[in-house]
Design a protein around this ligand. Structure first.
Ligand code: AMP
Length: 301
């Protein structure tokens, strides 16, 4: 699976990418992280990028395209990857299309995390506070001033990608203002809907889907039970007959017992009614017969 996470700084791309990495066993390719590592290692790329990054501007396209192209070729990216922070401009997106084509790889989805700009500053402030708490080094570009510049860059240079990918029918937009796990679930659902998940990668979701399977099974069971109930419902006629016979024999109690025994719960009511009716009739008939007998006897006398 190969996906792109798109969103302004502070939208949660990094957090979601890490969660997706754990879930699907693919790698996160974050150009920001790679550039920071290059800066820390003092490589030629790092030396080039250092000042640019500190100011909140974008590193030249050819630099990031080069590092992404090399990274995709590494063995751990064979299973798939999440691009986080790349592409950031339309020329980068075009270069990515080109290099994926060359490598015979397909892009499955572009997930845009949509957030309120007003919440972004807060989020970045929280991130800085948490990093300080953990004793981690705080990013040089996580200051309100630089963030404003990064946001302006996003609007001007990265937002056009939303149109770029929606035209190519690759874009899925998700509400990035939801809680972290809700966003992860929404992304998962989207990837499932797009058919981007291979059976192995969504084993967990299959397990989660078990209740749905159960529900389907219980539906079938209900249908079977209903069929059975209909069959049993046809039986009251027999039991009613039995009840009637007993009633004719004059024993109302026996009639009730016989009827009751043969009836299932579902049809008890109906059968009772039927039995009562028929029993009444039978009793009447029986009474008439008896009356006739009596009259005959009397007449004989
Ligand atoms: P990020 O960690 O994604 O917020 O990136 C931090 C900084 O790295 C950005 O402000 C840019 O200066 C640089 N950067 C990261 N990715 C790119 C990219 N795709 N194109 C240009 N510059 C980038």
């Amino acid at each position: 699976m190969r996906i792109i996470l798109l969103g302004p700084p502070g939208s949660g791309k990094g957090t979601q990418a890490q969660l997706l990495v754990q879930r699907y066993g693919i790698v996160q390719l974050s150009t920001g992280e790679m550039l920071r590592a290059a800066v820390a290692a003092g490589t030629p790329v790092g030396l080039k990028a250092k000042e640019i990054m500190a100011s909140g501007a974008l590193v030249p396209d050819e630099v990031v395209v080069g590092i992404i192209s090399d990274r995709i070729d590494q063995p751990d990216a064979k299973n798939g990857f999440i691009l986080d922070g790349f592409p950031r401009t339309v020329p980068q997106a075009e270069a990515l299309d080109e290099l994926l084509k060359r490598k015979h790889l397909k892009l499955d989805a572009v997930i845009e995390l949509r957030v309120n700009e007003s919440a972004l500053l807060n989020r970045v402030e929280t991130r800085v506070a948490q990093m300080r708490e953990r004793g981690e080094e705080v990013r040089l570009d996580d200051t309100p001033e630089v963030l404003t510049k990064r946001l302006a860059n996003y609007r001007n240079q990265t937002e056009p990608l939303i149109h770029y990918y929606s035209e190519r029918r690759k874009l899925s937009t998700i509400d990035g203002m939801m809680a972290i796990d809700e966003v992860t679930r929404a992304i998962h659902r989207q990837l499932l809907a797009l058919g981007a998940l291979e059976p192995k990668t969504h084993a967990r979701s299959a397990a989660k889907a078990a209740p749905a399977k159960k529900a389907r099974a219980s539906k079938t069971a209900t249908r079977k039970a209903a069929k059975k109930a209909t069959k049993t419902a046809r039986k009251p006629a027999k039991s009613a007959k039995k009840a009637v016979k007993s009633a004719v024999r004059g024993s109302k109690k026996t009639a009730k017992k016989a009827g009751k025994k043969a009836l299932t719960k579902t049809v008890k009511k109906a059968a009772k009614k039927a039995a009562k009716k028929t029993a009444k009739k039978a009793v009447k008939k029986g009474a008439k017969k008896a009356a006739k007998k009596v009259t005959k006897k009397r007449a004989k006398r």
